[in-house]
Design a protein around this ligand. Structure first.
Ligand code: FAD
Length: 451
């Protein structure tokens, strides 16, 4: 009787999982495998590692204790497990990230005659599929989104884990228990796993979807879906979400569009793996950044949420407390780091990747580049967010700031953004003058244009 391996990576769920179908096509028995890859674990940060472990425990429960977890290099371990269980095929959803693609090529080589079967991907439309008429990739979001809609996506796959008999031999070399949670201090994470993802999504659709278009930019209202962390780990697939937002109403259309951004950035990274670390627009390689002790001190103040700009500090403190930050505030804090403090986007992006529970290389690095003005289309370099007016607009009663900055809890209403009557409880003075730094950012931009 043939045996398959279902190798879970960014697809920690059992429903709408095409790899189960492909495994069942080839065999009646399967091993559910997860490899704790040292290299990915090192780059994840305690918050994402812990969330991953929790998702793995949920998956193991759903598989009635049959999840086989090993730790090390997949190029070495996947062929070893395949040989230990006599597998004829290994089933994965395709990984299009720069590291994932290299790793899978190495695993394929190590597997020799055992097939590595790729079915599906973590995206509605896999990177590389949506192209212009001349075959080249899109560089601008709006036409990409149009072509993405035209391309379309599959309906959710109906999958049932009980169609396979799950083997979980104890004697697999290197098999370990899912590690314990790490010390997260005061950071509180959302519930992990597929059941939690579906519950959160269904609650959002029932209670909040209709107000999504009007309110999603409001930092003070909890009106976004909070699906990013579940999409990151594949506790839910985007096509499951898309199937519920087919309507012509503004909120459904906006949510579809946000999911298109996720696919777009994965596509951009697929075609430009260097953009994870380097400016997509090379002319910005020549821009001057602040360096030295004063720049490092400013970076620390930003990281710790003590810049003296309430909306920026509230965002940075939310990031530490929840491993998540509201999208509008991600843009405001990123703009502040790059345009007010004149620091390179990749320093801020690294800090986000250290703390975000939804930290995703494609969305994070390109979200940063978009805000810094060095990436795809949208925000031109000379668009500099004013942190005070952004605060007044997207946190109109000051609720968000008061929630995350205890020093300011006694300041009423939107006065919390301007603090004209003073800075209570030791809340710091602004570390820079926004008007001056805006002009400085524009001057640096003019210099590279002139060179
Ligand atoms: P919703 O508003 O409910 O959106 C639904 C889904 O659409 C999200 O879960 C996400 O998958 C997708 N989406 C929404 N906006 C974007 C966007 N701008 N780019 C890509 N996908 C989007 N998103 C991440 O998933 N991981 C990151 O590491 C990340 N880093 C970011 C860094 C910066 C500087 C910026 C400006 C944005 C970043 N984003 C990132 C995008 C966005 O902020 C989050 O996806 C969103 O805040 C997640 O909350 P939600 O699920 O409630 O979003």
């Amino acid at each position: 009787m043939e045996t398959s391996i279902v190798w879970f990576r960014r697809d920690l769920r059992l429903t709408d999982l095409p790899t189960l179908l492909s495994a069942a096509d080839m065999s009646a028995r399967a091993v559910a495998l997860f490899v704790l890859d040292d290299r990915l674990l090192r780059s994840a940060g305690a918050v994402r590692r812990t969330f991953l472990y929790r998702c793995l425990r949920e998956l193991d429960d759903a598989l009635k204790g049959s999840l086989v977890v090993v730790e090390g290099d997949p190029a070495d371990l996947v062929p070893k497990v395949a040989s230990a269980v006599g597998a004829n095929s290994v089933h994965v959803s395709a990984d299009f990230g720069p590291y994932g693609a290299r790793r899978d090529a190495a695993v394929r080589k190590g597997l020799g005659d055992v097939d590595l079967v790729e079915t599906g991907s973590p995206y509605a439309v896999a990177p590389g599929r949506v192209r212009k008429d001349d075959g080249t990739p899109y560089k601008v979001f709006t036409p990409f989104r149009r072509a993405w809609y035209d391309h379309g996506w599959r309906a959710p796959a109906k999958t049932d884990a009980s169609t396979l008999k799950w083997l979980a031999p104890d004697d697999i070399e290197g098999r370990i228990q899912v590690p314990d949670d790490e010390d997260l201090g005061t950071t509180e994470l959302p519930a992990a796993g597929e059941a939690a993802a579906l519950e959160q999504w269904q609650s959002f659709v029932a209670n909040d979807l209709t107000r999504y278009d009007g309110e999603r930019n409001r930092a003070d209202l909890d009106s976004t879906s909070r699906m990013s962390v579940y999409l990151k780990y594949g506790c839910v697939h985007p096509r499951t979400l898309l199937a519920d937002v087919r309507g012509e109403d503004a909120s459904s259309a906006t949510l579809r569009s946000e999911l298109a951004w996720r696919d777009f950035y994965a596509d951009v990274l697929h075609h430009n793996p260097r953009s994870a670390r380097h400016n997509l627009d090379k002319k910005f390689d020549r821009i001057d950044y602040n360096t030295g002790a004063a720049a490092d001190e400013a970076f620390e103040a930003w990281r710790e949420g003590r810049t003296g700009f309430p909306i920026v500090d509230a965002g940075m403190r939310q990031l530490r407390a929840q491993g998540w930050m509201h999208n509008r505030v991600r843009m405001i804090t990123a703009s502040f780091l790059t345009k007010d403090l004149h620091l390179p986007w990749w320093r801020g992006a690294q800090h986000f990747m250290d703390l975000l529970v939804d930290g995703d290389l494609a969305s994070n690095q390109h979200g940063w580049q978009w805000t810094a003005g060095t990436g795809t289309d949208a925000a031109p370099y000379f668009r500099v967010f004013n942190p005070t007016t952004q605060g007044e607009k997207f946190d109109p009663d000051g609720e968000y700031v008061r929630r995350w900055i205890p020093e300011l809890r006694e300041v009423d209403g939107k006065a919390v953004h301007t603090l004209k009557a003073g800075r209570p409880n030791g809340y710091p003075e602004p570390i820079v003058d926004h008007k001056e730094e805006r002009l400085e950012a524009l001057a640096r931009y003019e210099q590279i244009k002139a060179r």
